[in-house]
Design a protein around this ligand. Structure first.
Ligand code: COA
Length: 154
């Protein structure tokens, strides 16, 4: 059972663990340093305090342990983009699917979005499977990235 929750400053060590190893391979970035993780949680809290909020980053919590993050960004015309990353040793247990399903409900209700998009590297089929299980439709491939769309809450 997962819970989505706001990040707090003391989450920085868990964030650094999430953004490491195989988890960063398809994110186009190196592993996070301690300092970057601390800056990240500060930045996320600033975004959460903005009026209006344009970007949400929420922690994926399992039994009190932070094992991932999901992201939701507002684009023009009621469209939103989502992203997600889980700590490598927690893969394959359905956590990302549950987190994205919960984020989708939040996006269409509390965040007031009308459609959602997501994309993943063509060599990262597990990510596409997460989007498909959450109700997204595959649009096509461009520049090695596969795009997905969700027009309404499933
Ligand atoms: C992608 C990611 C979030 C998946 O997390 P997860 O918790 O393992 O996902 P889930 O367990 O909910 O679902 C994974 C699905 O992919 C499937 N899968 C795993 N490896 C696969 C592969 N090589 N090919 C096809 N499907 C695969 C699993 O079988 C599962 O599907 P199923 O439930 O039908 O069996 C995780 O691997 C991750 O954080 N990766 C690094 C960051 C990343 O790639 N983020 C997405 C960027 S767009």
């Amino acid at each position: 059972m997962i819970t989505l929750r706001p990040l707090i400053y003391s989450d920085a060590p868990a964030i650094r663990r999430i953004y490491s190893g195989a988890a960063v391979r398809f994110l186009g970035r190196p592993a996070m340093t301690d300092k970057e993780a601390e800056e990240y949680v500060v930045r996320v809290q600033e975004w959460a305090a903005a009026e209006p909020v344009e970007q949400y980053i929420l922690g994926v919590d399992v039994a009190g342990e932070l094992i991932g993050v999901v992201k939701l960004g507002r684009r023009p015309n009621g469209h939103g983009r989502l992203g997600y990353v889980l700590r490598e040793d927690c893969w394959g247990r359905g956590y990302a699917t549950s987190a994205v399903q919960e984020l989708v409900v939040f996006a269409f209700t509390s965040f007031g979005l009308e459609s959602l998009g997501g994309k993943h590297h063509a060599e990262n089929p597990a990510s596409g499977r997460v989007l498909t299980k959450a109700g997204f439709t595959r649009l096509g491939i461009r520049d090695g990235m596969i795009a997905y769309h969700l027009a309404d809450r499933p």
